[in-house]
Ligand binder design. Structure first.
Ligand SMILES: Cc1ncc(C[n+]2csc(CCOP(=O)(O)OP(=O)(O)O)c2C)c(N)n1
Ligand SMILES: [Mg+2]
Length: 679
């Protein structure tokens, strides 16, 4: 098949064919880089090259010299397997991504990993590859833009005003999360979200007609989107018109459905899943060159083609014009402008630390016995007034998660002054949307559900940790302690598995004071996400000295020391089991047994402390017992093989919490008995 027979008139006319040449640069770089790496996905970049050329050369507001410019348009490649499309665009338009990096596609220490990884190449807005999450991140970015605009724009001062563009394929649309995120995007009327569906009829297993026959335009219309169907994705004029139309619709997100040919230009493999995820092969690469009329050697781009792509001057002008706008804004609204800079740079308010410490002291003074979820809400009320960047929410469990604080106001299609998102029953969507909000900047997103349903959201948590972004995941109803709802809702293995995610900080506080500290630590953590895990049931206040309160932030500390002399044993506990550990300590003390209680609300934070500190909390040679109402495996690294773990290596039961704690041995008496056994 020749280019002409594949395409749909697009090659006609001088202007159009020069556009085609620009697009072919993407095709050549993509097929050559995949060929050199001997792995990768040439099909999607070659199929979407013409769409990308129009979007990037005519519409995208960006400055290659400053990929972090606050008001740039966001571009998300949700079909992240097509990474060479993005790398080609970044390279060609003038980002700091030299040809060496393209040549090193998929190699160790390159900036061009197999899938676009946030933090590697400049201009990559989010890590994509796990299908469906990129579009969901983009929904978060569009929400962030909308809310930030409402908070900061003033008459004649539109300093927040950008689009979020997304490329996505059949895979993203098949994934359930795309339903969660796109449904909410419709409800919220995210008019500056513009998506391009790569409707090529192909996914890995072949022609999608055997497994994906949705009427996508109707589906998105039903969500309340503006849908532009049947656009020829190889006709730049059609693509341009569609983009113009999409940009003009301000109250609905747009879905531009582009008919494309996967691997466009490859004479024998285009239109087939064979070019989805494998090098074309030397022969086909050669034939594609001929078919496209691309006469240049691999990784050689002629000057005039670079010139056609170069976005540096245009980008500098665009940013300068924004900078001028910002200077005028600074003059008219100096405080807002300073606040905008603080928010978009991710800094905390000047008096944050002092005021937060005061709040923690006040919580300690109250000495309340309350559920830690209630303590969490109190913390939101304590910190919220200082943090206009809070953008909270819950997946239809606001009243249970207690994530609404006094300053919360629901976000809606027209209620753009909201700071609280009713995510509906969409745990995975919520989590990926929060990641998008965090990536956009200007906000601290937090969102909640029952701890059990962290499972529904799991890969978004992993992505937050991988991207090193500060998303806050709030989980309540943290163990069998939730009682009557029974084993389907009782988290047993979740806390342990969250702790297994690298760079995830996990907190399971034991009372109101620890809850306040956990929130503070999570808010201050900028290099990764945190999970804040709270109880449904009341937890007793623990008495602490000022020094002990100060050590909570070290993740683990001596909460209750034995009276006199060295302890014979250390009980380590977290959350709701701290009260039980302290009871056991008392019972043992009455029998003359010297036992220390260590509270360990965050194992990862404790593990990061220096050896001397860890030794001071858990001295070598002293027997240890861990108590946590969950699976036991993770605790053996602290108690050793001669220690004991009182946990739950089975699912719970439906019964009142008190009865369950007793039934499963979470009582002061039982813990004391086990301690005596090992002494
Ligand atoms: C969540 C998830 N599941 C599976 C995969 C593996 N995978 C990568 S691409 C792909 C097919 C995607 O089809 P489509 O989006 O139509 O891409 P095209 O072949 O058209 O480029 C699959 C199943 C993945 N990356 N993410
Ligand atoms: Mg496809």
């Amino acid at each position: 098949m020749t280019v002409e027979t594949q395409t749909h008139k697009a090659g006609e006319g001088k202007a159009l064919s020069s556009r085609r040449v620009l697009a072919n640069a993407i095709r050549a770089l993509s097929m050559d880089a995949v060929q050199k790496a001997n792995s990768g996905h040439p099909g999607a970049p070659m199929g979407m090259a013409d769409i990308a050329e129009v979007l990037w050369n005519e519409f995208l507001k960006h400055n290659p010299a400053n990929p972090k410019w606050a008001d740039r348009d966001r571009f998300v490649l949700s079909n992240g397997h097509g990474s060479m499309l993005l790398y080609s665009l970044l390279h060609l338009t003038g980002y700091n991504l030299p040809m060496e990096e393209i040549k090193n596609f998929r190699q160790l220490h390159s900036k061009t990993p197999g899938h676009p990884e946030y933090g590697y190449a400049p201009g990559v807005e989010t890590t994509t590859g796990p299908l469906g999450q990129g579009i969901s991140n983009a929904v978060g970015m569009a929400i962030a833009e909308k809310v930030l605009a409402a908070q900061f724009n003033r008459d004649n001062h539109q300093i927040v005003d950008h689009f979020t563009y997304v490329f996505l394929g059949d895979g993203c649309l098949m994934e359930g999360i795309s339903h969660e995120a796109c449904s909410l995007a419709g409800t919220l009327g995210l008019g500056k979200l513009i998506c391009f569906y790569d409707d090529n009829g192909i996914s890995i297993d072949g022609h999608v007609k055997g497994w994906f026959t949705d009427d996508t335009p109707k589906r998105f219309e039903a969500y309340g989107w503006h849908v532009i169907p049947k656009v020829d994705g190889h006709d730049p004029e059609a693509v341009r018109k569609a983009i113009q139309e999409a940009r003009s619709v301000k109250d609905k997100p747009s879905m531009i459905c582009c008919k494309t040919v996967i691997g466009y230009g490859a004479p024998n493999l285009s239109g087939s899943h064979d070019c989805h995820g494998a090098p074309l092969g030397a022969e086909e690469v050669k034939a594609t060159r001929e078919n496209l009329g691309w006469t240049h050697e691999p990784f050689v781009i002629p000057k005039e083609i670079y010139a056609g792509w170069d976005a540096k001057a245009k980008g500098a002008t665009a940013e300068k014009s924004w900078n001028d706008k910002f200077v005028a804004y600074q003059k008219a609204h100096p405080e807002l402008a300073a606040e905008f800079e603080r928010r978009t740079q991710g800094g905390l308010p000047k008096d944050w630390n002092a005021k937060a410490e005061e709040f923690i002291k006040s919580v300690d003074a109250k000495a309340e016995t309350i559920a830690s979820r209630k303590a969490s809400q109190n913390a939101l009320n304590g910190y919220g007034p200082m943090l206009p960047e809070f953008l909270g929410g819950s997946a239809d469990l606001a009243g249970s998660n207690l994530t609404i604080w006094k300053g919360s106001k629901g976000l809606g299609k027209t209620a753009t002054d909201g700071n609280y998102i009713y995510y509906g029953v969409r745990e995975f969507g919520m989590s990926a949307i929060m990641n998008g909000i965090a990536l956009h900047g200007g906000f601290i997103p937090y969102g909640a559900t029952f701890l059990m349903f962290s499972e529904y959201a799991r890969n978004a948590l992993r992505m937050a940790a991988l991207m090193k972004i500060p998303t806050l995941f709030v989980y309540t109803h943290d163990s069998i302690g939730l009682g009557e709802d029974g084993p389907t809702h009782q988290a047993v293995e979740q806390t342990a598995t969250l702790r297994l995610i690298p760079n995830m900080s996990v907190w399971r506080p034991c009372d109101a004071v620890e809850s306040a500290v956990a929130w503070k630590q999570a808010i201050e953590r900028k290099q990764g996400p945190s999970c804040l895990i709270f109880s449904r049931q009341n937890l007793p206040h623990q008495k602490r000295s000022a020094a002990q309160i100060a050590s909570i932030r070290r993740g683990g500390y001596v909460l209750s020391e034995t009276e006199g002399g060295q302890p014979q044993a250390v009980i380590i506990a977290t959350g709701s089991e701290i009260g039980i550990a302290v009871e056991a300590q008392k019972l043992l003390s009455a029998k003359g047994k010297k036992v220390r209680v260590v509270s360990m609300p965050s194992t990862d934070v404790f593990d990061a402390q220096d050896a001397a500190y860890r030794e001071s909390v858990l001295p070598k040679g002293v027997k240890r017992i861990a108590v946590e109402a969950g699976v036991t495996d993770g605790w053996y690294k602290y108690v050793g093989l001669d220690g004991k773990v009182i946990g739950l290596d089975r699912f719970g039961e439906s019964a009142p919490a008190g009865a369950l704690f007793k039934h499963f041995g979470f009582t002061g008496e039982n813990v004391a008995k086990v301690v005596e056994e090992i002494l």
